[in-house]
Write a new protein. Structure first.
Length: 309
């Protein structure tokens, strides 16, 4: 099978592991910088050109789209979909997961556990917004933030008001969420592949740091997940339409709550903490499902989801 990994950097751990795992299973693996692709959009023979040559005869792609490049990256994924190339995470699902507000609304509709979350536009409504999430302390998040950047813990009402006013003064879109104190600065990363949680790790923030991101100095260990946590992670990934996802949970007094559903979860932390060959399981899933026949849905320009869970 010929598989393209859409990644800007072939030297990243996740990209290298996916390539190695695919080659070990006998596949022809190629890393493609999606930002260097351009598209010929035609009804006769849609194509993608990379370094002057058309990308043809690929059986599947693995999108590793950077958060800041979502618009162009998903356009490339969508072009592969038009060309009838299998993608475990389709363009619409990636876009959906990258929009924090939209993803929260979708998860709420599906009844998935969430922290109390507020969203508003006008600074005149700050008092009501803070009251909506139960007052301070609370967490303020930029909608466009990643890896813990743009996330602020406001421990007092006045601090919360000042931060919200500052962000809104910059015309930044923000979410305000209840602070899950009982989580103790730790969260769970559940790695979902094909409707199953194949690995889980607990990430603990550095001392004095409420964010547990490994990029911010946190550490990780393998997690023993409860049945409720596993079910929540699977439901969250399915609600987003993602077949490969990293679902971040907090353990709250009212059960697991979803903080984020990541469409391009990193492999280094989860593989190091658990010893599980996550990259290999991803390739196995793609191999199993890319061989199925996908019928085009001409009304939407995407393909009907016939992927086995």
């Amino acid at each position: 099978m010929k598989i393209a990994i859409l990644s800007q950097n072939p030297h990243l751990y996740s990209t290298k592991r996916l390539k190695e795992a695919g080659q070990q299973q006998g596949h022809d693996m190629r890393v493609v910088d999606y930002l260097r692709c351009y598209m010929n959009i035609t009804s006769k023979k849609p194509t993608i050109v990379y370094k002057g040559q058309p990308l043809e005869n690929f059986d599947a792609i693995i999108p590793r789209i950077g958060a800041s490049k979502t618009f162009y990256g998903t356009a490339v994924v969508r072009q592969f979909e038009v060309m009838d190339v299998f993608s475990p995470n389709q363009s619409q699902a990636i876009s959906r997961s990258r929009d924090k507000l939209r993803s929260m609304q979708i998860l709420a509709r599906e009844g998935v556990g969430l922290p109390i979350t507020g969203f508003a536009h006008a600074t005149q409504d700050i008092d009501g917004l803070i009251e909506t999430v139960g007052g301070a302390p609370l967490v303020i998040k930029l909608l466009e933030g990643t890896q813990g950047i743009g996330v602020v813990l406001a421990e007092t009402y006045q601090a919360a008001k000042s931060v919200i006013e500052a962000f809104r003064g910059l015309d930044a879109n923000i979410l305000v969420q209840e602070f899950i104190k009982e989580a103790g600065g730790a969260d769970l990363r559940c790695f979902v592949v094909g409707g199953q949680v194949i690995a889980g790790m607990k990430r603990q923030g550095a001392e004095g740091e409420f964010r547990s991101n490994l990029h911010r100095g946190g550490n990780a260990e393998e997690a023993i997940l409860s049945a409720e946590e596993i079910d929540t992670a699977i439901r969250a990934a399915k609600a987003m339409g993602l077949k490969i996802a990293g679902v971040d949970l907090l353990r709250s007094n009212h059960g697991p709550v979803v903080m984020e559903v990541n469409s391009s979860p990193g492999l280094e932390g989860i593989e190091s903490a658990t010893g599980i060959d996550v990259a290999g399981k991803i390739i196995e899933f793609i191999t199993k499902n890319a061989e199925q026949t996908e019928e085009p849905d001409h009304s939407s320009g995407t393909f009907r989801d016939r992927i086995r869970y």
